[in-house]
Design a protein around this ligand. Structure first.
Ligand code: GLU
Ligand code: MG
Length: 467
């Protein structure tokens, strides 16, 4: 939606509003994700949806330089109290929220008051990059995994705290819900109604769940959803998180998607699965490259792999991201690729031989402090550059380099290091465009400055209620 829709959208919105009113829906949440990776919103009553679709809803551009603690920095183009933008709901995505009775949701695109697209709109960036791929005859399919940790919002604990299952709750630590071992059925039995309600709400909202399971850390779960186009995949990442948050609240639980809940443990990833298609064929399958990659499929992945140190500033953009991104935690701390290697930042998933459509790649060095729209767009830009430059993949890596001792480069180990790599990437600077690039960088620098004297414990505890 690069031009605001005006009258046509207003009449479509009037019909939607009538349908929603009949379902007793009173509020429509319009969301966007800022450069701190936080989903911010404005709501309109259902009766006002048509007006919002025609004229947009006002909002200050200053949110694009907000940090995760709601303090603001400034950047060359964005910052301060002046100016106003218009949020336009994407009516194709309008969804009744199953775990927030009376509410519906739509992601928003942002425009200037005169109707021109807002240059720093992250959702538009993802769409621009998907369009760039389309002009090269290519189509991306993407899906984010969602990992989260469930704790008791108040009251009793399940007798489970850090350092293992079964030890008593410790002072100051979150009280994990859902006792039992990693990947254990016990945890799902313990939270049976909760997990069912997550599934029920996602299904009611038209989200195709591929699987759901307890993850490694105490109270941790994961859900993965079906692949979609890049913008839709990012929309789904937002919707899935907010749905889980809402279901959790209805169960007296708290869900956090923050990269880490306690330093030194396995954290929450937000891995991105992707595949590249041309003329209905999956370019990660049926070629004569490694593991059946086609030439453009390999070049796309080589472009992503090459750009990963700079991309990391976008996909792991918070100081806490680097507390998660450690070796031997399946978080993808190494700049390498390998078939089904869960320690490689880029894991190739060839899929069953009979199912050519299933071949995909997983980028693991991503967490939920990343803006999913920026991640999707930046990954596409890096991959297309790989095709233009005819890049090839280095040898695949198997095993955990921390154990095998193989000489594999680590990705940046701190935010300042990743930011240095981003500053050196003309590719990402050009793709983002100056206003978005400058605002993004200012936010990331601000986040580093804000936390640089904090202990790891303070950095992560700060985030539990922010993401
Ligand atoms: N929780 C791990 C992470 O921080 C990922 C586990 C997995 O491979 O699903 O990324
Ligand atoms: Mg997982």
């Amino acid at each position: 939606m690069d031009t605001p829709p005006h009258e046509a959208a207003a009449s479509a919105a009037r019909q939607e509003a009538a349908r929603l009113t009949a379902k007793d829906i009173h509020g429509i949440a319009l969301t966007w994700v800022d450069n701190a990776g936080i989903t911010r919103m404005k709501a309109v009553p259902t009766a006002r949806l048509a007006h919002a679709a025609q004229w947009g809803v006002g909002m200050s551009p200053v949110f694009d330089v907000y940090l995760s603690d709601d303090s603001a920095v400034t950047s060359r183009h964005i910052g301060g109290p002046d100016g106003d933008l218009r949020l336009f709901p994407d009516l194709d995505r309008l969804t009744v929220l199953a775990a927030q009775p009376g509410w519906a949701w739509a992601p928003a695109d942002r425009h200037e008051q005169d109707g021109t697209p807002y240059a720093a709109c992250q959702r538009r960036f993802a769409r621009r990059m998907a369009d760039r791929a389309a002009r090269a005859g290519l189509r991306l399919r993407m899906g984010y995994e969602t990992e989260w940790v469930v704790t008791h919002a108040a009251g009793r604990a399940d007798g489970q705290a850090a350092g293992g299952n079964g030890s008593g709750p410790q002072e100051g630590l979150p009280r994990y819900a859902g006792p039992g071992p990693a990947y254990g059925m016990t945890r799902v039995v313990g939270l049976s109604d909760y997990v069912r309600d997550v599934l029920r709400a996602l299904a009611a909202q038209g989200i195709d769940v591929l699987q759901i399971h307890p993850e490694y850390s105490p109270g941790q779960f994961e859900v993965s959803t079906a692949a979609a186009g890049p913008v839709t995949a990012a929309d789904h990442a937002v919707l899935v998180r907010e749905t889980i948050r809402a279901v959790s609240a209805r169960h007296g639980l708290h869900a956090t998607f923050a990269p880490l809940v306690e330093p030194g443990t396995v954290g929450n990833g937000a891995h991105l699965h992707l595949s590249l298609w041309r003329d209905g064929g999956n370019l990660f399958r049926g070629g004569d490259g490694p593991f059946g990659l086609t030439g453009p499929g390999e070049a796309f992945l080589a472009g992503v792999l090459h750009e990963l140190p700079a991309l990391l500033a976008i996909t792991a953009p918070h100081p806490a991201s680097y507390l998660r991104l450690a070796p031997s935690r399946w978080a993808g701390a190494y700049q390498c690729w390998g078939p089904e290697n869960r320690e490689a930042a880029l894991r190739l998933i060839p899929g069953p031989a009979r199912d050519a459509g299933s071949a995909n790649a997983e980028i693991k060095c991503i967490d939920a402090t990343a803006n999913p729209y920026l991640t999707a767009g930046a990954v596409i830009a890096a991959g297309l550059n790989g095709i233009e430059q005819k890049l090839t993949l280095p040898d695949p890596v198997s095993g955990d380099p921390a154990v095998t001792g193989a000489a594999v480069p680590r990705l940046p180990t701190s935010l300042p290091e990743a930011l240095d790599r981003l500053r050196g990437s003309d590719l990402l600077r050009d793709a983002l465009g100056e206003p978005l690039y400058e605002a993004f960088l200012a936010v990331r620098e601000g986040e580093h400055a804000r936390t640089r004297h904090d202990s790891p414990e303070a950095v992560v505890s700060d985030l539990r209620h922010r993401y």
